[in-house]
Design a binder for this molecule. Sequence first.
Ligand code: SF4
Length: 436
Amino acid sequence: MEYRIFGCKTNKYFTDKWLSDPDFASKPGIFVASCVVTENAKRKWKRFVKKAAGELADGGKIYLSGCGSLSDGKVSGQFYEEYPELRAFRERIELLPEDSDDVPEYARRGDRRKLTPAERIRTLSSSLAKSNLFTRKYSVIQTGCDNLCTFCLTVAARGAHKWRPAEEIVAEIAEFAANGGAETVLTGTNVGAWGAGDSNRFDEGRLPDLLEAIWSGSGIRRVRVSSLGPEFLTDAMLQTFVRKRSHAYVHLSVQSGSDSVLRKMRRKYGREFLRGRLSAIRGLRREDGVEINIGADLIVGFPGETDADFEDTLSIVREFGIAQVHAFPFSAHEGMHAVPASKLPNQISDAVKSERMDRLSREAEKVRAEFLMRHDGRRLELLPEGNPTEKAFSGWSENHIALSEKNFVPDSGFALKKGVPVSGVYRYVPGAEKIG
Ligand code: SF4
């Protein structure tokens, strides 16, 4: 079955899982993982579904999953009220739950039966061994969230916070490593809340313990944490980033650098706490001497955001050298999806939003160029993706620099192979990197 993934790493994980089942994957059609993070994100998969549904071969279907098809963690019962423009394709769209393990709903149609644990592991390992969709293993460790950030639609789709037992996660990663896998990405909706009874109680998060369990229970070479709320950056969590087997990259869902905006977003931290944690990251020294890269999700144009508030966000990027900025214009979302912040006064115009998006990406460009220039001539480790050859290859370094034949010289005598790390020297070439 073909597939098309919109949105986050959680969608990559569940797509991999759905398509790791040969029965399901042999069906005619296209698997689509949808995303609702912004209006623009929604427009993209809706457009794709409309076009693909019109071109399906006989008997083919669009198997739609991801946040677009979900409500409170289950298949939405109001999907065609939420997306009336897709009603015309109703006969050709099959809405799926997030996780193929929830198939019993699906089984009601007698298509499939729930796999026994032994069968699931057998299916999982055979697919992992055979054709993992990705170079690295995305491991969903947690989904859903109990917080109520006023801009967030994901929480309505994915439902309440829940997390997988450490043994299951470690077993999955150990299997991937035993089959030659080098890197895993721990992902979810609010990853830092792993181990907490409620995602609001951030002092209960036990992600550092899970990392220790993965390092001691598997041969995985590198573990990356996809994204972290700054409130979960405890001293114990900070110390995990100095380890050689952790990705030297801290990606934070910061959202804003301004106290008044963070308050209206109902985030769990303020500017001074944020600055304190960022400078703590800058003070870390890794076992392998690699410089830690910092990334951040940032929203511009949140209701009531003044020029001074926006300057507070820019100054955070500048002061702490945040080299990977994922910037989003605030989306109020419409109709049934309107987020709480859509009702706030002082909504920002699209013109101001795009002007601020430009300024932020220019600032991020400058910071990233400085970070990359510091690495010129340094030794890094590439994790090749796809089908690398000596003449053409690409992948990421251990500190999340995009490497390719344009800016990386692998040590000689090493054949490049997908998923097999290779050391070499980085050469700073302006414009050679893509942001990731
Ligand atoms: S922490 Fe906030 S932004 Fe993140 S998933 Fe939960 S409600 Fe949404």
